[in-house]
Design a protein around this ligand. Structure first.
Ligand code: SIN
Length: 495
């Protein structure tokens, strides 16, 4: 009898692990129904792969290191970019129909990339197309049993190593699974912020549980903000306006109509995401406004960016004729559960992959469209490894790690505002200390897992006194120069 493996999370990383672990039996756990509720499904831009003429993985690696402010694990970066072509081929083999023309894959461009290298599907609906195809495969795969609409409640340990998980189904009934290998692919923490592009399930529960179980964390202070979320009150996650729009000619403007990024970075609108997010933040913080002008794209919006067009129209804005108001929003966590290149955490039997994990590949600021690539490349690698490396036979747990109390809804709202103010694109020590004090003084937060996780994030940000990548502190004079540690390549004119 083969030993089952538990995979928690059904975005691109979890699905890639589950499919690649065949023939080992997999219990796949997801909060939503198959194909729903993951951040991967909301990803628009695509998958970065150096497939264009004149491009190669070394250039992709260099752009990844520059965007990451040189804080990246270089070995993992070089491995990641070397896997891009096979990741695309594998996804296509799973049924993903990437956009093509007579010369091959259509390649878009996003911030921080020196070349057109974003492979996409259904224009700007890449994440949805990938998750739908992988979920359809997983639903019919003989080795996968899918526990959908189940929430992870606890991790069982025996003598310090993983022994199983406890789940709750939609009716609140508890389900126990005994397994010596558990993979967390639970996504990021954006839902802890007042403005985010992430779905509500990206609340950091997987990260919090791993930390409670004793797993080491890494780089928790590095949180990426997307510069162009649509600035509207939709009572939930803010709709994302993909960077690929700027790659195709859209321009950020200030309230007076001037090009907002002009003279602020050699790559202008296509500067790395942390740089653009800070400039948009500063403009708005100074009482101004920021706008995405995609009018030059005209009818290309309907054919190449149907999601962006629909997002604008849903708010009564026609992006073919009108500018879109934008604001930065929490988008991606570079930090997470510290793992090695195979996804092994410091707790034996507990693995992590995708956004919940940190193997250092993204450094201090992720390069656009490297997250779907990371999910599929590292997910396949971990799945293939676990197919042939089952941990010692599971014994029943003698200790259960659970999250404990949830913060009450009103305190959670307070926490989201606190984190947006203190841990946003621009930070300072006083703001971080004030947020810590307010959490400590609010019993509903200090005793809840969300408050404990936020405290870890704030302490990590306070401990890093220099500015680096997405962690930008206004109160440290040495900061800005550190960002230039890796020289910006001499990009040619942006075509
Ligand atoms: C985007 O399409 O702008 C976001 C893609 C990403 O997060 O890399």
């Amino acid at each position: 009898m083969r030993k089952p493996l538990v995979v928690v999370g059904a975005g691109i990383a979890g699905l890639s692990v589950a499919l690649s672990a065949a023939p080992r039996p997999v219990w796949l756990v997801s909060r939503g129904r198959p194909g729903e509720a993951s951040a991967s499904a909301l990803a628009q831009g695509g998958v970065a792969a150096a497939l264009g003429e004149g491009d190669d993985p070394a250039q992709h690696a260099q752009d990844t290191l520059v965007a990451g402010a040189g804080h990246n694990d270089e070995e993992n970066v070089h491995w990641l970019v070397s896997q891009a072509a096979s990741a695309i081929a594998w996804l296509a083999g799973q049924g993903v129909c990437f956009d093509r023309d007579a010369s091959g894959y259509c390649l878009g461009r996003e911030g921080g990339h020196g070349r057109h290298r974003i492979v996409h599907a259904r224009g700007d609906a890449t994440g949805a197309a990938i998750v739908a195809a992988l979920a359809a495969r997983a639903e019919t795969a003989a080795h996968i049993t899918w526990f959908d609409a189940h929430a992870l409640q606890g991790i069982g340990l025996r003598a310090g190593r993983v022994a199983g998980v406890r789940l709750a189904d939609a009716a609140g009934e508890t389900v126990g699974l005994q397994a010596a290998d558990v993979v967390l692919a639970t996504g990021g923490i954006g839902a802890l912020f007042a403005a985010t592009t992430n779905p509500p399930g990206a609340d950091g529960a997987g990260l919090a549980l791993a930390l409670e179980a004793g797993a080491q964390a890494r780089d928790l202070e590095f949180i990426q903000f997307h510069p162009t979320a649509l600035a509207v009150d939709v009572g939930g996650p803010l709709p994302l306006l993909t960077e690929a729009l700027r790659g195709a000619g859209a321009v950020l403007r200030d309230g007076d109509g001037h090009a907002l990024m002009a003279g602020r970075h050699p790559l202008g609108d296509l500067a790395p995401r942390d740089v653009v997010a800070r400039e948009v933040w500063r403009e708005r913080h100074a009482g101004g406004s920021a706008w995405l002008d995609a009018t030059a794209l005209g009818d290309r919006l309907a054919s190449d960016f149907p999601t962006a067009l629909a997002i604008g129209r849903a708010q009564g804005i026609d992006p073919r004729r009108q500018w879109l108001p934008v604001a930065p929003a929490a988008h991606f966590h570079m930090g997470g559960v510290s793992v090695d290149a195979l996804g092994r955490s410091t707790v034996p039997g507990l693995h992590a992959v995708g956004e919940v994990a940190c193997n250092g590949v993204h450094g201090a600021n992720r390069l656009a469209s490297n997250s779907l690539l990371e999910g599929v490349a590292f997910g396949r690698r971990l799945g293939a490894w676990l197919a042939s490396h089952a941990s010692a036979p599971g014994a029943t747990a003698d200790e259960w790690i659970t999250l404990g109390d949830d913060a009450p809804p009103c305190d959670l709202r307070t926490l989201r505002c606190l984190l947006a103010q203190s841990l946003g694109p621009v930070r300072d020590g006083d703001g971080l200390r004030r947020a810590l004090a307010e959490i400590a003084a609010t019993p509903g937060l200090s005793q809840a897992w969300q408050g404990r996780l936020a405290t870890r994030l704030l302490h990590a940000a306070l401990a890093r006194r220099d500015s680096l990548g997405a962690h930008w502190r206004e109160d440290t004079p040495a900061g800005p120069s550190i960002h230039q540690r890796i020289a910006t390549p001499a990009y040619g004119e942006i075509p």
